[in-house]
Design a protein around this ligand. Structure first.
Ligand code: URA
Length: 283
């Protein structure tokens, strides 16, 4: 493949971002753009999807910080102090991640690190196989998740279930979590300080589960997991490294419900994940 030369315009970009960019270009060159679609998969993935009434853009990702705040008894309204996630930051026990995940879930259940705790009904820790090879990361709970305490159980969740099934996985086989564990009021995107307060929990979940592959769903999850983001439309379909774990960013199912035409790209992204995990559709 032809060497990708660093153009002058991007010389002041960080090395990290430049590497991601050149990686993407290389991969783009190697990848065939056309995606073979099995009509049966298409049927599963597309069925029961309501007609698109308006094409709404994805919610704009906010800036990200990697810091984890010190726990406090009162929710703060400004950026919190930095400190580790508490009781469960010990290494993974030899007998597996279950106990540490349960302790972390308890920490999240009573968490008051940010203002989102004030209006939440239930914190949504995440669920699935603690030893999953595949993990999905969304943005934050909506109304249905806040009510039930489970991730992705509303309309977007139903589509996510179809995406998981199309990838030949059962929902119980994978692990599903969010960047923030409490519902942002009115389904707004999490504020940077809210995500900063919560991201330590997600990082610890990833550390404990050690999935082989992560699928990040939507621009907000992407921007909070990686400090720099070129936006989901650009970055989707391109592998990014997160502490040694390959991450495939793709569109959020809520976005796919609004913009059906984006499903073709999402399916292409998910097929890359399947290939990486050695999963094949039975014909
Ligand atoms: N959207 C998300 O990002 N997460 C959920 O759990 C539900 C909807």
């Amino acid at each position: 493949m032809r060497q990708v030369r660093k153009p002058r315009k991007v010389q002041d970009m960080s090395d990290c971002f430049y590497q991601i960019l050149t990686g993407c270009l290389k991969e783009e060159g190697l990848r065939h753009r056309s995606v073979e679609l099995d009509p049966a998969i298409w049927q599963e993935f597309l069925s029961d999807v309501p007609a698109v009434s308006a094409v709404a853009p994805e919610r704009k990702p906010a800036a990200v910080t990697e810091n984890v705040p010190t726990p406090s008894s009162a929710p703060s309204s400004s950026a919190p102090d930095v400190g580790p996630v508490t009781a469960t930051s010990a290494p993974v026990a030899a007998d597996g991640p279950e106990a540490a995940l349960a302790a972390l879930a308890e920490e999240v259940r009573v968490c008051r690190r940010c203002r989102l705790c004030e209006k939440r009904h239930l914190a949504v820790f995440g669920e699935g196989n603690p030893r999953a090879e595949l993990m999905f990361i969304g943005e934050g709970p909506g109304a249905d998740e806040d009510r039930t305490g489970r991730p992705f159980v509303g309309r977007a969740g139903q589509l996510l279930d179809k995406m998981i099934a199309a990838m030949t996985f059962a929902r119980e086989e994978v692990y599903i979590a969010n960047v923030v564990k409490c519902r942002p009021p009115g389904n707004r995107a999490p504020e940077p300080d809210e995500a900063a307060a919560c991201i330590g929990y997600l990082k610890r979940q990833i550390e404990l589960i050690r999935p082989k592959v992560i699928v990040s769903l939507g621009g907000v999850a992407l921007s909070f997991l990686f400090k720099e983001s070129a936006g989901i439309s650009r970055m989707r379909g391109h592998w990014i490294d997160f502490n040694g774990i390959p991450v495939m960013p793709t569109f959020h199912p809520a976005f796919l419900l609004r913009q059906e035409s984006a499903k073709r790209d999402a399916w292409s992204d998910l097929q890359q994940v399947m290939a990486r995990l050695g999963r094949k559709r039975q014909r």
